[in-house]
Ligand binder design. Structure first.
Ligand code: SF4
Length: 508
């Protein structure tokens, strides 16, 4: 719901970033040497200091505005293979079961009762609530099957409900699913775990917010996009400021620990002046986190985008919007985390980045350790052990698989040793804007400089342009390179020249 990535495809089912919430959103292998991968070491460990501030350089942003993934996983979903199936998943799950480690769960609800014209998600637009009954029944079955494979009784360290619109389900349906999840896994009820849900303030009022809190959710993500009524009309998502304020107020009153607003720039009628007004309102409301996505207009791919008026900001206007966003939010005290994300300095995300414990997963940035992720529902992606797996992407295929007594795994990928090393490198870059060559080498049993000799050669141009600084010990993303960190990460992506990667949107 509401997540449009800088990549262009928001939400759960976009090419590279299916459930990134945000935004949905290869390459030719070069230099894939041998590595001794260390499981569980692919999380971000920084060299300590917080990343440098952002320097906005329109000339560089224009020059490096290439197609590229968002790296909520590596390899990205673009590299998932159809020959990865249920038996591969079962093998990975058995391995995970033996660890008994805490897990993370992503639950996908694909339905929306109205369509936003900018949307690039895989969703089902319907007013027929009977769909929810059929879907929830399959989710119950899938949750039980997943638990029997992964081992019931494992602690649920993190949970995210995304879509579509999770609040398309009734509160009773949501409660029944929470009950099932709590019976199969162990939910932590002292708020030390992170349980989040994307909500649509048009369908989830204050009473729903209080009920969700009582069910154990402690984080909310609200799709706001823009408060300008003219923009809201144009995108077919009319939700006045008062509605969002009432939702936020209810969330604060009943103890939600963190609220995220999604905003989108690049929509019809937006100007720096009009979006400044939206930012005034946002800053006044002071959500703990903000995701600010760049709208990518791909009407050939997403036909509802053809309903938008022609008055879209052009490239330079979008850059001006981005510059305004960064200046206004950082002036207001928000910390730029990376990619599209900002957080208040006392929010866990900003604290984790400063402490070097930030992680990256399908929901974007996270404070939780990189535990195995179970994906439940149509098109959901999981990450279990050394593999990623995605469920069937149509309701029909998902129902048929579940009704046949199986899981609905449709595709996935098994990581090899080189993938492990590169996943770690890319994750460190995305989270901490730096690499310590010695630390990566030690974690994977490689000599970083010889393993990545080709890549280090390719970084020379980026260093000459002031995006990165490289010395014998490591690499730092410089202020002018922070908005282009995906370009730096891409250098280490062995699949980046694959045909599939051409489907990614531009990094800016
Ligand atoms: S149509 Fe649904 S999934 Fe798409 S942005 Fe709107 S609420 Fe989110």
């Amino acid at each position: 719901m509401h997540s449009i990535p800088i990549l262009s495809t928001p939400c759960a089912n976009a090419p590279d970033d299916p459930q990134a919430g945000k935004p949905c959103p290869g390459c030719t292998s070069h230099g894939s040497g041998k590595a001794k991968h260390a499981h569980g070491t692919s999380t971000c460990q920084s060299r300590g200091a917080s990343p440098a501030p952002i320097q906005f350089d329109a000339r560089l942003l224009g020059r490096y505005d290439v197609n590229g993934p968002r790296y909520t996983s590596y390899p990205t979903a673009l590299q998932f293979r159809d020959d990865f199936g249920a038996s591969d998943y079962a093998r990975a799950a058995a391995q995970s079961k033996r660890t008994g480690k805490p897990i993370s769960l992503y639950l996908h609800v694909p339905f929306c009762d109205t369509v936003c014209f900018y949307c690039a998600c895989t969703k089902i637009v319907t007013n027929n609530r009977a769909h929810a009954d059929a879907y929830v029944a399959r989710l119950h079955t899938e949750i039980a099957r997943q638990a029997s494979l992964l081992g019931a009784g494992r602690t649920l360290a993190q949970m995210h409900w995304g879509g579509g619109t999770p609040t398309f389900l009734s509160l009773e349906q949501i409660a029944s699913l929470i009950d099932a999840i709590d019976r199969q896994f162990v939910m932590v009820h002292d708020d030390s775990a992170e349980y989040s849900i994307e909500i649509d303030p048009r369908s989830a009022g204050p009473a729903s917010i209080r009920a969700l809190r009582a069910l154990g959710f402690n984080r909310l993500s609200i799709g706001v996009q823009d408060f300008d009524p003219r923009v809201q009309e144009a995108i077919h998502r009319v939700q006045p400021r008062a509605l969002v304020e009432a939702t936020l107020e209810a969330a604060r009153e009943c103890g939600f620990k963190s609220v995220n607003f999604d905003l989108i720039y690049g929509l019809p009628h937006q100007t720096t002046a009009s979006f400044s007004n939206t930012l005034d309102a946002v800053i006044e409301m002071a959500p703990e986190r903000l995701s600010v996505f760049s709208y990518a207009h791909l009407p050939q791919q997403f036909k509802m985008q053809r309903c938008l008026p022609d008055s879209l900001p052009d490239g330079p206007q979008k850059l001006a919007l981005l510059q305004t966003i960064i200046a206004r939010l950082t002036d207001a005290g928000y910390v730029y985390i990376g990619m599209d994300h900002f957080a208040r300095p006392d929010d866990e995300l900003a604290l984790a980045q400063a402490a070097g414990t930030l992680h990256r997963n399908f929901q974007g940035y996270s404070t939780r350790a990189d535990c195995d992720l179970v994906g439940v529902g149509m098109s959901a992606i999981g990450r279990i052990g050394d593999s990623y797996a995605q469920n069937a992407k149509t309701l029909k295929a998902y129902y048929e698989a579940i009704d046949a007594g199986a899981l609905a795994i449709a595709r996935g990928v098994q990581l090899d040793e080189d993938d492990h090393v590169r996943r770690d490198v890319i994750s460190r870059l995305m989270c901490h804007m730096s690499l310590d060559f010695g630390a990566v080498g030690q974690a994977h049993g490689i000599d970083f400089v010889s393993y990545f000799a080709d890549e280090l050669g390719e970084l020379v141009d980026l260093a000459d342009d002031g995006l990165v600084a490289v010395d014998a010990q490591g690499l730092r993303v410089l202020p002018a390179g922070r908005l282009l960190v995906r370009v730096v990460a891409q250098v280490f992506d062995r699949y980046r020249r694959s045909a599939a990667n051409a489907r990614c949107a531009k990094v800016m």
